[in-house]
Structures are given as structure tokens and as C-alpha cells.
Write a protein that binds this ligand. Structure first.
Ligand code: SDX
Length: 428
């Protein structure tokens, strides 16, 4: 007999079924609550509200657990690649050799952009933010694939997914090159996903960029760790857009826009800016932490805290080690890594952060890796978007495939003026 929840309100008792997920997560299904009672529930920020059932990613914030399709992120980080993990996130199983070969080849094949798209980049101002260019160009790209706007069947879904995952990398590099007034590069056959991106970013007509193995490995890990993360702000945005029946390209373009904010994907840029400020202004880490604790300062310790993790973000642990290893291998002495580690050491032993369950999140160390790869600050959140593309596509697919799904349309508590009449202009 499944558990029943009882809500007593307005002198009546209403009963609703409790649903339980495969990891024992429980939720009260209040689908009929407003129809029954006339009340709605209010949960600003949705911290207590499940928007959907999903089989893609599981997070246990208390234990610092993250699994893609049940596989722990630590195992994927050690044994998998971004391309293989993208297939896992989208299709729900690790690809066999043939599937992986076909998927990799499709990504290579789809890397180039339609030649006319190159002209679009000339329409952006040279100091335009790459996130604005990325979200625009994802939609612009879809105009060259009108046949993929209505995904009907596995083949069309596959074509749209590989185009998005592959071309988002080419668009991102082109956005960077455009912002620097540099000629656009063309993808090369034979390079894997991460290597191709670095070649697209840093090659020039007179010299082909040859990324180091450690750079390729570090970027591959960065992208893999960002592949999905349950119902975060940008993924929920993708699902919201998908629920109206909108196509995969435009839903992912909306995901880019939601990701941009400094409280979300924009935090990786804000962390580097914070570390650079501390380094440049010679502020002691202790002083900085004290400013953060002083509410009046309005300063947050960027890269710290999380809506779900009330323990270490497992991705932060992996990225901390990866950042140190990369800097050592590249013989880079980056004071910002020391500052980051000192910040973390102090915060993790300070009551203010402990009582609020504030730990380093994915953004705290990721920027140090991007910095070591010479990726400019304003491209950091673009890198997050490239990594998150498979997760957005997988979530779009869950909504698209759910034939019983409904359009997302939340309610509200109205707090505006009660009824009043129009006043003629001469009487205002
Ligand atoms: C990502 O959702 C996801 O999964 C996102 C993500 C993904 O992979 O998609 O994991 C990626 O977005 C990671 C988060 C990156 N953002 C940042 O690093 C920005 C800094 N962090 C905060 O803005 C904040 O922690 C959030 C936005 C991440 C979470 O905010 P919540 O859950 O709404 O928590 P809150 O703002 O209610 O904070 C609770 C308390 C408050 O203090 P009190 O009012 O209780 O006294 O903690 C404080 C906050 O002021 N607090 C911080 C803090 N984060 C929260 N104080 C100082 N520094 C911080 N970073």
C-alpha cells in the first residue's frame, strides 16, 4: 500500500499519493490539489518542488553523490570520455564499440558550419559577449536544418543531437575568434572532440595549433563533468521551452541564456574575477572571507554553495586535483590556485560557511583549468554550455518523448492592485 499524504486546509482534509523514485526520493503528487481545494502551493525558487520525473541524473546533495544514468561521476571521470559520456547521458547506456564509432564519426562529420553561417559572425560587434553570440547562433544554425525542427523518430533526433553537440563547439570557437578579429578556422578530420576545439580556437593561417595531451585530457574532463546535473536552472529552462513543443535548437539556446547568470554558469567567470581581485589588490584571504561574512558587503564567495549539495560537490573534488595536476604538468605557477585553496581551507573551517552548508561547487576550480588552457575569461561560461549540451538534449528528449506531457504553466499568488477603472488622460 503506497504512502498517502494528508493536507488539511480550509477545514477539509485532502489526500494525495506519495511517489517514490528508484533511489528512495519521495514526493507528494499534488496534481489535483488546486482542483480539489482551490489552493495552490507556493515555493519560490522551487527548492521543495519537483517539476518532473527524470531518469538521467541522480544527485544526493547530503552525501555529495552524482551519477549519470546510475554511473558514479568519479568512475566516468577516470574511465570515460566526454563523447562517450554524452552518448550515455542521451541514450541511457554506455555505447558499445560500433555505437561509439558511429557517434564519434557523426560528431566529426557534423563539425563544420554551413559556409553562409560564417557571414553571420561578421554581424556581431567585436566586443559582443560570446554567450550572446552562442545563443543567437544556435538558433541561427537551425535555419539551415529546417528538416530537424520537427523531430519525428530516432534518426531525426540523432541527426539533430549530433549537429548540436558538434557544432556548438565550432560556433564557440568562432565566437571567440570573431571577438578577437581573427579568421575563423575549419574543423580537422581525425581530431577528437576536445582536440578539435583547441585547434579551432588557437590555430592561425600560418601555424596549426598542436594542443598538448594534458590540455586535451583536462578539457575532456572539464566537459564530461559538466554534461548534466538534474533540474538546475538552465536545464529546467530547456524543459520548460520543450514543454511548449519547441524544437531542440531553440530550447538549448534558451538553456544558454539561463546559464549565463552569475548565480549559475556565470559563476566560473566570477570565481576567476574574485581570485584575480584578491591577487591584484593584495587583499588577504582572511580579510576577503570576513567581507563575505559581513552581509552588508553583499559579497558572496563565488564558487561556493549549492541549492542541492550540502556537502562537497563531487565535481569540485575532481576538478581540484585536475587543476593542480594540469598546472604542475604545464609548469604553471598560478598564484590563483594557492588563493583558491587557502579560501577553501578557511571557509571549510569557518562557522559561517559550515552552518550554511557552503562547500566548493563545480565552478570553484574549473576556471583555473580553463585559464591554464589560455581560454579567455568571457569564454568560461561558453565552455560550461558546450559541456552541458548533452544534458540539455537528453532532458529535451524526455519531454519530447512523453506523449502524456503537459505544457509547463506555473500558477502565482497575485499581489497587484485590485480592480480599478481607467482614468481619462486629462484627469491623471
Ligand atoms: C551551478 O543547480 C545546479 O545544479 C547548478 C550547477 C549545475 O551543474 O548546473 O551545479 C552549476 O550553478 C553551481 C552554483 C554556481 N553559483 C555560485 O557559485 C554563486 C555563489 N553561490 C550562491 O549564489 C548560492 O550558493 C547558490 C545560488 C548557488 C545557491 O543558492 P540558494 O540555494 O538559493 O541558497 P541561498 O542563497 O538561500 O543561501 C543560503 C544562505 C544565505 O545566508 P542566510 O540568509 O541564511 O544568512 O547561504 C548564504 C546566503 O547568503 N550563501 C552564501 C553563498 N551562497 C549562499 N554566502 C556567501 N557566499 C556564497 N557563495
Amino acid at each position: 500500500m503506497s504512502e498517502i499524504a494528508r493536507i488539511e486546509v480550509g477545514g477539509k482534509v485532502y489526500e494525495y499519493p506519495v511517489v517514490e523514485g528508484t533511489e528512495g526520493e519521495k514526493g507528494i503528487d499534488i496534481l489535483k490539489f488546486r482542483a480539489d481545494s482551490g489552493y495552490i502551493t507556493l515555493d519560490e525558487g522551487f527548492g521543495n518542488t519537483g517539476s518532473c520525473r527524470s531518469a538521467i541524473t541522480f544527485i544526493d546533495g547530503g552525501k555529495g553523490i552524482l551519477r549519470y544514468r546510475g554511473i558514479p561521476i568519479e568512475q566516468l571521470a577516470e574511465k570515460s570520455s566526454f563523447v562517450e559520456t554524452s552518448f550515455l547521458v542521451i541514450y541511457g547506456h554506455l555505447p558499445n564499440k560500433e555505437e561509439l564509432k558511429k557517434f564519434s564519426m557523426s560528431l566529426t562529420q557534423e563539425a563544420p558550419l554551413h559556409e553562409n553561417i560564417h557571414q553571420n559572425f561578421n554581424g556581431f560587434s567585436t566586443n559582443g559577449h560570446p554567450m550572446a553570440i552562442l545563443s543567437s547562433m544556435i538558433n541561427a544554425m537551425s535555419t539551415y536544418h529546417p528538416d530537424l525542427l520537427e523531430v519525428d523518430g530516432d534518426e531525426q533526433f540523432y541527426s539533430a543531437a549530433v549537429r548540436l553537440i558538434s557544432k556548438v563547439r565550432t560556433i564557440a570557437a568562432a565566437a571567440y575568434r570573431t571577438s578577437k578579429g581573427l579568421p575563423l578556422n575549419y574543423p580537422k578530420k581525425g581530431s577528437n572532440y576536445a582536440k578539435n576545439f583547441l585547434e579551432l580556437m588557437f590555430s592561425n593561417p600560418h601555424e596549426q595549433h598542436v594542443p598538448s595531451e594534458e590540455a586535451i585530457k583536462a578539457l575532456n574532463l572539464f566537459l564530461l563533468l559538466h554534461a548534466d546535473h538534474e533540474q538546475n536552472c538552465s536545464t529546467s529552462t530547456v524543459r520548460m521551452v520543450a514543454s511548449s513543443g519547441a524544437n531542440m535548437f531553440t530550447a538549448c539556446s534558451a538553456g544558454v541564456c539561463a546559464l549565463w547568470g552569475p548565480l549559475h554558469g556565470g559563476a566560473n567567470m566570477a570565481v576567476l574575477q574574485m581570485l584575480e581581485d584578491i591577487e591584484k589588490n593584495g587583499v588577504s584571504v582572511n580579510d576577503y572571507v570576513n567581507r563575505v561574512k559581513d552581509k552588508k558587503s553583499g559579497i558572496k564567495l563565488m564558487g561556493f554553495g549549492h541549492r542541492v549539495y550540502k556537502n562537497f560537490d563531487p565535481r569540485a573534488k575532481i576538478l581540484q586535483t585536475a587543476a593542480k595536476n594540469l598546472l604542475d604538468k604545464m609548469h604553471i605557477q598560478d598564484k590563483k590556485l594557492e588563493i583558491a585553496q587557502e579560501l577553501a581551507d578557511i571557509a571549510l573551517h569557518d562557522e559561517y560557511f559550515i552552518e550554511r552548508n557552503l562547500y566548493p561547487n563545480v565552478d570553484f576550480y574549473s576556471g583555473l583549468i580553463l585559464s591554464a588552457l589560455n581560454i579567455p575569461l568571457d569564454m568560461f561560461t561558453v565552455m560550461f554550455a558546450i559541456g552541458r549540451m548533452p544534458g540539455w538534449i537528453a532532458n529535451w528528449k524526455e519531454v519530447h518523448d512523453n506523449k502524456k506531457g503537459k505544457i509547463s504553466r506555473p500558477r502565482q499568488i497575485y499581489t497587484g492592485p485590485t480592480e480599478n477603472d481607467f482614468i481619462a488622460r486629462d484627469n491623471r
